[in-house]
Design a protein around this ligand. Structure first.
Ligand code: FMN
Length: 143
């Protein structure tokens, strides 16, 4: 599986999560075409990928109004028809309905959405490992 990872990050947690996911997928033999900022995507890497992972962070008032940061910009990513996609979010307290909003955006870009995950910023190693394992399992089911 060839994977492009796009990340929006303010303080580095989501970027770190992207690196961890890339590492874990490489360990099972998947190729990472690029890890690039979502606002400046590596278009060639995106085009070459079968699976696109898009990550951002949860912004809100912690218990209300949570939404994925830069959702409107993410909605302007290139169309992903014929590709699979999944979202990941980092958060501190409560992601609210952010994951569903991200999945809706990926769906509107034409991707086949394989699900997604909200990763607690203090538990990135464990949560990214679980996400990567779930992706690998999901891909095996789809073959
Ligand atoms: C302005 C601001 C608002 C935030 N709002 C929320 C929130 O509503 N819910 C939550 O769980 N985390 C919230 N967070 C925490 C971030 O989602 C968390 O620290 C995330 O890992 C940041 O990702 P980054 O390091 O990639 O920028 C907020 C952080 C900031 C700076």
């Amino acid at each position: 599986m060839k994977v492009a990872i796009l990340v929006e990050s303010l303080t580095g947690n989501t970027w770190k999560a992207g690196e961890m996911i890339a590492d874990q997928l490489q360990q099972v033999g998947w190729g990472i075409t690029a890890l690039s900022p979502a606002r400046h995507p590596d278009y060639a890497a995106l085009q070459a990928a079968d699976l696109v992972l898009v990550g951002t962070w949860v912004h809100g008032l912690f218990v209300v109004g949570q939404t994925p940061w830069a959702l409107a910009e993410l909605a302007k990513l290139p169309a992903m028809k014929g590709k699979r996609a999944a979202a990941f979010l980092t958060y501190a307290l409560n992601p609210g309905k952010s994951l569903q909003k991200m999945s809706n955006v990926l769906d509107s870009l034409g991707a086949e959405v394989l699900g997604g995950v909200a990763l607690h910023r203090a538990k990135l190693p464990a949560h990214t490992e679980e996400f990567a394992a779930r992706l690998v399992q999901r891909a095996a089911e789809l073959v």
